[in-house]
Ligand binder design. Structure first.
Ligand code: NAD
Length: 360
């Protein structure tokens, strides 16, 4: 297969971790007979330095013309960086919002997987962890409360603020279809999370999700109220496979789910549009405190590259190979500094990339 991949190294540790992900992709290409053609664009602080804006129209167009985007991270030290003495729309992170909007990336997928080798870092009790957990949170990314009309006004001498939560059935249907498609590639279970006992938008959500479910008779659908879901995540995380939810609930629940895995350097993510196009990135930021020191954990970005193979290119076998290589390296006791524990071998960013690539 021939694939055009736009890479966005970005700022901080971004270039170091994207380099390692490309190293692993190159090994996949060699072993399985594919070609990945990379085209690098600037986004974030480095684009501000070069062009005065966090994302140029040309860079966005280059991303649009590709088959998938692999992103490191953008941004600097917020309290101490020349990139933040400007209007919010000119700061590095504005590039992220612009590319998500520009590429219509409405479906955000964040896996939360507990490696048994890293179970010590999980804040949950052993009896709750059980055999571990392996879920993905599927969050709607371009609708709901964060994009609704909002204003603050004075009413009868009191300040009053209003935010509106709006979803139309098409916005719900397209994310539900993504969730069921992904469930078909996993354990065939979807838990749809809403607040249908209170909100109209949630009742519409439930109705449309049920309609979509009829097209996927093999997938088991359950509904769960968001407050219950927040509890269940820390009481019985093993019950979840695909969690489907709207923007704000997903924002909160995906952070909760990543927290219980215990390590930010391991968490991948994907944002998809209506077709198979997607942007793949680690869930963490640019970690300016460790940039350029060969200390960054590249695994989240390497696992994001595996998601790219699975969801944009339908290369499931190759994605499995990357995930298995990561598992093997951990089983053999190699760790970057952030996940280091007694008796293991500490390695740097580049060495971790080499070890994973060698095991493909
Ligand atoms: P961060 O995720 O960059 O760092 C938080 C802590 O985790 C730091 O101690 C860091 O060293 C550590 N860490 C993060 N990733 C790591 C890795 N791969 N290996 C080892 N350690 C790792 O969050 P922050 O410090 O709040 O933000 C730093 C910058 O990143 C800010 O400018 C922020 O706006 C930006 N940011 C960007 C993205 C993105 O590009 N998608 C996401 C979040 C934050």
């Amino acid at each position: 297969m021939d694939c055009k991949v736009v890479t966005i190294p970005g700022d901080g540790i971004g270039p170091e971790i994207v380099r390692e992900a490309c190293k692993v992709l190159d090994k996949v290409a060699q072993v399985y007979g594919h070609s990945f053609h990379y085209n690098e664009i600037l986004m974030g602080g480095c684009s501000i330095d070069a062009y005065g804006v966090p994302l140029t129209e040309e860079a966005l167009e280059t991303a649009r013309q590709s088959d998938a985007v692999l992103l490191g991270a953008v941004g600097g030290n917020v309290g101490n960086s020349r990139w933040y003495d400007v209007a919010p729309n000119l700061r590095p992170e504005a590039g992220l919002l612009a590319i998500r909007k520009g590429l219509n990336l409405f479906a955000n997928i964040r896996p939360a997987y507990l490696y048994k080798e890293l179970a010590e870092a999980c804040p949950l009790k052993k009896e709750i962890i059980g055999d571990g957990f392996d879920m993905v949170i599927m969050r709607e990314l371009t609708g709901g409360l964060y994009f609704g009309e909002r204003h603050t006004e004075e009413v009868d001498g009191l300040l009053q603020a209003t935010d509106t939560l709006t979803y139309n059935e098409n916005e719900i249907r397209r994310i539900a279809i993504k969730a069921f498609d992904i469930a078909m590639k996993r354990r065939k279970s979807v838990i749809s999370v809403d607040k249908a006992n209170v909100l109209d938008s949630s009742r519409l959500w439930r109705k449309v999700v049920e309609e979509v479910a009829r097209e996927y008779p093999e997938v088991k659908l359950e509904h769960m109220l968001v407050d219950n879901c927040a509890m269940q995540l820390v009481m019985n995380p093993g019950q979840f496979d695909v969690v489907l939810t709207e923007n704000m609930f997903g924002d909160i629940l995906s952070d909760e789910a990543s927290m219980i895995t215990g390590s930010i350097g391991m968490l991948s993510s994907a944002s998809l549009n209506e077709s198979k196009f997607g942007m793949y990135e680690p869930s963490h930021g640019s970690a300016p405190d460790i940039a350029g020191k060969d200390l960054a954990n590249p695994i989240a970005t390497i696992l994001s590259a595996a998601m790219m193979l699975r969801y944009s290119f339908d290369l499931d076998k190759e994605a499995d190979a990357i995930e298995a290589a990561v598992q093997k390296v951990l089983t053999e006791g190699y760790r970057t500094a952030d996940i280091m524990s007694e008796g293991c071998t500490e390695v740097g960013t580049a060495r971790m990339g080499d070890l994973i690539a060698e095991r493909i």
